[in-house]
Design a protein around this ligand. Structure first.
Ligand code: PMP
Length: 700
């Protein structure tokens, strides 16, 4: 069988003589010359279509490991020009005349044009080094039993080029002769093997299809022009030429974007319009799913620090999201997650040092009486568990919360979330109290709360627990007086109930003064529940409580949450704690929050529609009223301003029982420049009350 690729006659190695023996010939004078080789295990003849998936993955793994072994290696000849190397793909154009079939020629021309447009401009920014360059079946020995690569016997294509070319070369070799679906399935499995060792960068994945296509072009053009030099050109590389054509046709049939998507280089749904996604969301997620934010919903695809970016490249200042407490896509967290996910993610029934470190560090943020941590996956779960612990520890059944609280999605916690009570019906075991409204001078006394405990008793329930979000996010973002809260805690304990400090909103430094919002009040809660910001976007949550409470619970049952405190979540949470210290997040929340509210109060002086600006740290409420004298809530203005801000590239929400307050609750990396931008954009919105044509958000 002729070799599929002719790279020129092999040069003799300098010490080749050492491997030669002469055997005397019986039938004529002289001797037979034999050349001896070390024998590597494996066969040189393999049909790649018969490789198992495990073998395919192992080929990807070998390609990546080879690249890793070659890191730092260089050689003067490494920069030679070979047409197989996609780096020089555009030079194939000079040989296109050798391709006799005009359709094939046009096919190759279009692929090279795409390469010129997509890849050539970014080539200089791709990771490059000396790589093998052609890890195909012709160049390797393969284990006959399992199909894995046992040896590499031809390094003739080595060159200094883009690292991703080796992934492309293996894919091109292994997808030959496969059906469309198999092409991509096999390609993805190769990538699994490759990326386990060397993860590709987004830019590399995005052009992988073009790299494969460039190799397909070479597989068509090189044999064509070389064939012209020989008598029977088809004998040279017939298989390759056909495979190259098939690959390029496949690219055109499904389109280059789809190729990228199927190779994992593009997020699902990224190419769809907002209207298409809304339609699909309605169908697939059902009617109960929460409404999308804003009259013009957003399709956000990327975040960085306090910024969000939509699918069209529009840039939005995020003054709404509290989950990414240290900024969107913080590299410390994403790296921690990825590194741990590559190693291991399991459940809580194995020993794992990091989760213990996390528990101990969380306990150290409290005042000492709280001495145990239980890990779960969401704020809702944390509150649910705290509630269960409270009812078990007290033997009571009643719950207390503020009049427009939200604490979570489980059945038990929905009961403590008036904001989402079905048909606004109060469950019989729950009572609410209205938090002080200092702006209107109502509900100022703790007697309001004492009344709620009495009403609860009237329904036959003693309090098991009171739950309070320390920044009262859904009640409108309210700043409570410590003495008032201390009295509430005292009344609760007096009635035999426990206190749950829900830190899902107010925790992780949002108030700026302390890590947890309850610490502003000088109280010691019985439970501190953590959620959203804890993993900066990775689901992880916890209950910090006392061991005597847990011990009561443990008398009757135990607790197991499969993912609660898993190694990946734990790493994310530890990274968040580290960054909060390193970046002095609390100090920033404190100073930027003051600056922001000063700016907003400055606006309030000119715009009487702003009734009150209040808050602490980077939790701010800005209340709109119809008339500053009557203080009648104005939800329409709040809604209009929120939507106008969105149109101008600033994201906030609304809150409060009347929905008449802006909720300004940005990531805590929101600095003075961002605060200024928010204030000036709000000024623009207030100065242009009609909903005329809005400025588009800045393009990134
Ligand atoms: N507590 C508070 C105060 C919240 O605001 C929320 C969610 N907004 C939760 C608990 C529940 O968190 P999750 O939705 O992550 O379960």
């Amino acid at each position: 069988m002729l070799p599929r690729r002719i790279q020129g006659a092999p040069a003799e190695s300098r010490d080749a003589a050492a491997y030669r023996v002469a055997i005397p010939a019986a039938d004529h004078e002289g001797a037979h010359q034999l050349r001896l080789y070390d024998r590597l295990p494996g066969t040189a003849s393999v049909d790649v279509l018969t490789l198992s998936d495990a073998a395919v993955r192992a080929w990807g793994d070998v390609a990546a490991r080879l690249g890793r072994a070659l890191r730092g290696f260089t050689h003067p000849a490494a920069s030679r020009v070979m047409l197989w190397d996609p780096q020089h793909a555009l030079e194939l154009r000079a040989y296109l005349d050798a391709v006799s079939d005009p359709d094939t020629r046009a096919l190759v021309t279009r692929a090279l044009d795409r390469f010129e447009a997509n890849v050539a401009p970014i080539w200089h920014s791709l990771r490059s080094q000396v790589i093998h360059g052609d890890l195909s079946e012709d160049n390797v020995l393969v284990d006959e039993a399992d199909g894995s690569i046992t040896g590499i016997i031809d390094f003739g294509d080595m060159a200094f080029t883009a690292l991703a070319v080796d992934a492309a070369s293996v894919i091109e070799a292994l997808v030959a002769g496969r059906t469309d679906d198999e092409v991509f399935r096999i390609a993805r499995i190769v990538l699994d093997g490759f990326q386990k060792v060397v993860p590709l960068e987004a830019e590399e994945l995005a052009i992988l299809g073009d790299l494969i296509a460039a190799r397909a072009c070479a597989a068509i053009v090189v044999p064509a022009f070389r064939g012209a030099l020989y008598e029977s050109p088809d004998a040279l590389m017939p298989v390759h030429r056909t495979d190259g054509i098939a690959l390029l046709e496949l690219v055109e049939r499904i389109g280059p974007d789809e190729v990228t998507r199927r190779l994992g280089g593009r997020e699902l749904g990224e190419a769809e319009t907002v209207a298409q996604l809304i339609e699909r969301r309605r169908g697939a997620l059902g009617s109960a799913i929460t409404a999308l934010s804003y009259e013009e919903p957003l399709h956000i695809v990327r975040g960085e620090g306090p910024w969000l970016f939509d699918a069209d490249g529009g840039r939005y200042l995020d003054a709404y999201n509290n989950v990414p407490v240290i900024g969107h896509a913080h590299p410390r967290v994403t790296e921690a997650i990825v590194r741990q996910a590559r190693r291991l993610n399991t459940n809580m029934r194995y020993l794992h040092g990091a989760v213990l470190e996390l528990a101990e560090r969380l306990i150290a943020t409290t005042e000492g009486e709280l001495d145990v941590v239980m890990f779960v996956n969401s704020g809702s779960e944390a509150n649910d568990l705290a509630w269960r612990l409270a009812t078990t520890a007290t033997g009571h059944s009643g719950g207390l919360c503020t009049s427009f609280a939200y604490h979570g999605v489980s059945e038990a916690i929905t009961a403590l979330s008036p904001e989402v009570w079905p048909r606004k019906l109060r469950p019989p075991h729950v009572e609410t109290w209205s938090p002080p409204d200092t702006y209107r001078g109502t509900h100022l006394e703790p007697s309001e709360y004492a009344g709620a405990i009495e009403r609860l008793a009237g329904h036959g329930h003693k309090p098991a627990a009171t739950i309070l979000d320390g920044v009262l996010t859904s009640d409108g973002v309210l700043d409570l007086d410590p003495a008032y809260v201390q009295e509430l805690v005292r009344l609760t304990h007096e009635a035999g109930g426990l206190w749950i400090a829900d830190e899902v909103q107010g925790g992780y430094g949002r108030t700026g003064e302390a890590m947890w919002s309850y610490q502003r009040f000088g109280i010691t809660p019985d439970f501190v529940t953590l959620g959203k910001p804890m993993g900066n976007g990775h689901p992880v949550a916890a209950v910090i409580t006392r061991s005597d409470i847990i011990d009561r619970f443990a008398e009757t049952t135990d607790y197991f949450s499969t993912f609660g405190g898993n190694p990946v979540a734990t790493r994310a949470a530890l990274a968040v704690l580290d960054v909060i210290e390193d970046e002095r997040i609390l100090a920033n929340a404190l100073s930027t929050g003051e600056l922001l509210r000063d700016g907003l109060r400055g606006l309030a002086a000119s715009y009487p529609a702003i009734g009150e600006v209040r808050g602490m740290g980077l939790a701010t409420g800005l209340e709109f009223v119809v008339d500053p004298q009557t203080k009648e809530p104005d939800p329409d203005t709040a809604d209009r301003v929120m939507n106008e801000l969105r149109r101008r590239g600033v994201l906030v929400g609304t809150t409060g029982a009347q929905e008449n307050s802006l909720k300004i609750r940005p990531p805590l990396v929101f600095g003075p420049r961002e605060a200024d931008l928010l204030v000036s954009t709000l000024r623009d919105v207030l100065a242009a009350p009609s909903s005329g044509p809005a400025a588009a958000p800045a393009r990134a």
